[in-house]
Design a protein around this ligand. Structure first.
Ligand code: HEM
Length: 461
């Protein structure tokens, strides 16, 4: 009945007048799947009424164009409340700082500055991989986290600034994982509903008071020697918010990149032909696998484009469930008028499954990236994992580089046997890239150079 009575110019609205029941409840349970079902049933533009808010989804090209370009939509207003809930930055300070901090991060992590990170990152990755030992069995996701997390934190925040050593990391990791796990829900609702999350947030903010003091104390005067955190401290208006912004930056740097590194490795290892191609490329640039302490520069990575394609293809398949803008003036999309106040939502995850742009969309096909003009830093058409327009993810080039570097060093150093099938992605979260639903056990051992030549034979059809 509701659908029949609606104003024909507004999108179909799915929901009930009591938030949390009916469709809104289903939406909360598995939002990713819900979006696709709603699209099939109601068409490319539809509104979900949940948590007392209207979320309008646009799932086709016309909507995408408007989403990234329209002046009637606003990014800052869409995320301000979430930032307030997540790290307690008040609205006024958020609006005052956002533009300055965004430009700073975009500049520091631009393609031409990546070489400033790659040396340190390579060294750090080696150091933390060495702690894994020469062989063992475990879950790939844990393994990736144990290496990537401390290596990237030491690179962006400075060594010894955040806890990363084996003795101090455990408690930190527990809190950070809890914080990350419920970040999405916590950014949408009052903290009192999430007691454990709130405890971890307080613990992390307290820790960051010390982190920023240490970073401030060791802040060098010359620009080239500063860490990303120190640049953030220099740019920030309202120094008392430094711990809050430090934590936000840590979350942004880890939350998406770590799961994508997992998926990139999982997809490569589960596809014998792709694994073989990667290993041949590595051998042609660096010589036979197994030599320890391979030094890989950002220039070297350019010689192995196939690994960049694998990374981008994993990002395509596991891209954020949704990104958001707030409608500030009514906007027309297709035949619908979306009212001011709505949250406009676009799903990179589902857009990346449109066969018109990505034939065989569910298949991991790194070769499709041959068509992208990556030398000019352009992605494939309709690839929006990092957003688009003027608010695109400022860390995207760093993210792609760190994952490539990790994959290179890891595959070069170890041989693997997968003990499980690649798990499915969890449909539970809307914000950010997907987590695996189940563990992926594998056993690994350092490559024995003698054997490496022959190991290719096992993969051949
Ligand atoms: C594969 C990994 C990553 C993915 C898929 C990703 C994706 C995104 C997306 C979709 C947005 C929001 C864009 C929008 O809503 O229009 C975003 C924002 C952001 N990302 Fe990333 N990101 C990744 C890695 C990183 C890394 C490694 C960093 C930092 C080192 C980072 C820092 C940020 C920051 C600071 C913002 C907020 C920008 C703003 O406030 O305007 N991201 N990212």
């Amino acid at each position: 009945l509701l659908l029949q009575l609606r104003n024909p110019s507004s999108p179909p609205c799915i929901g009930s007048w009591i938030p949390w029941f009916g469709a809104a409840f289903q939406f909360g349970k598995a939002p990713l799947e819900f979006i696709e079902q709603a699209r099939n049933k109601h068409g490319p533009v539809f509104t979900i009424f949940a948590l007392g808010k209207r979320f309008t989804f646009v799932t086709e090209e016309e909507g995408t164009e408007a989403f990234f370009k329209s002046e009637d939509l606003n990014f800052e207003q869409a995320v301000q409340q979430a930032v307030k809930n997540a790290v307690s930055v008040p609205a006024e300070a958020f609006y005052q700082n956002h533009g300055i901090l965004y430009s700073m991060m975009k500049g520091k992590m631009s393609p031409s500055n990546l070489h400033m990170f790659s040396g340190t990152l390579c060294k750090e990755l080696h150091e933390h991989m060495a702690l894994l030992g020469t062989e063992g069995t475990g879950d790939l996701n844990d393994l990736v986290r144990h290496v990537m997390y401390p290596a990237v934190v030491n690179t962006l925040f400075g060594k010894g600034i955040c806890p990363t050593s084996p003795s101090e990391i455990k408690e930190f990791e527990e809190h950070f994982q809890k914080y990350d796990e419920d970040f999405e829900y916590a950014s949408q609702m009052p903290e009192c509903f999430l007691r454990n999350w709130s405890k971890s947030k307080k613990w992390l903010l307290k820790l960051f008071e010390k982190v920023v003091l240490d970073a401030e104390r060791t802040n060098p005067s010359e620009t080239a020697s500063k860490t990303l955190l120190q640049h953030l401290l220099d740019s920030l208006q309202g120094k008392h918010l430094a711990p809050n912004y430090g934590l936000l930056m840590l979350w942004a740097a880890q939350a998406n990149a770590v799961p994508v590194a997992f998926w990139t490795l999982a997809f490569i290892l589960a596809n014998p032909a792709i694994y073989t191609k990667v290993m041949e490329d590595l051998a042609s640039v660096f010589g036979k696998a197994g030599k320890d302490k391979l030094e890989v520069s950002e220039e070297d990575l350019k010689k192995i484009p196939f690994i960049k394609w694998c990374t981008l293809e994993a990002i395509r398949l596991r891209s954020p469930g949704a990104i958001t803008k707030k409608v500030i003036n009514p906007i027309k999309i297709k035949n619908f008028t979306i009212p001011a106040g709505d949250m406009l939502m676009l799903s990179p995850y589902w857009l990346h499954r449109n066969p018109k742009y990505f034939p065989d969309p569910e298949i991991f096909k790194p070769d499709r990236w041959k068509e992208a003009n990556l030398e000019k830093n352009a992605f494939l058409d309709s690839f929006v994992a990092f957003g688009g327009g003027k608010h695109q993810c400022p860390g995207r080039w760093f993210a792609i580089m760190e994952i490539q570097l990790f994959v290179v060093l890891f595959l070069y150093k170890y041989e693997f046997v997968l003990l499980d099938a690649v798990p499915k992605e969890s449909p539970l979260h809307l914000v950010g890239t997907q987590q695996p639903m189940a563990p992926l056990q594998l056993s690994l051992s350092e490559v024995d150079v003698k054997w490496k030549d022959y190991s290719f034979l096992f993969w051949l059809p």
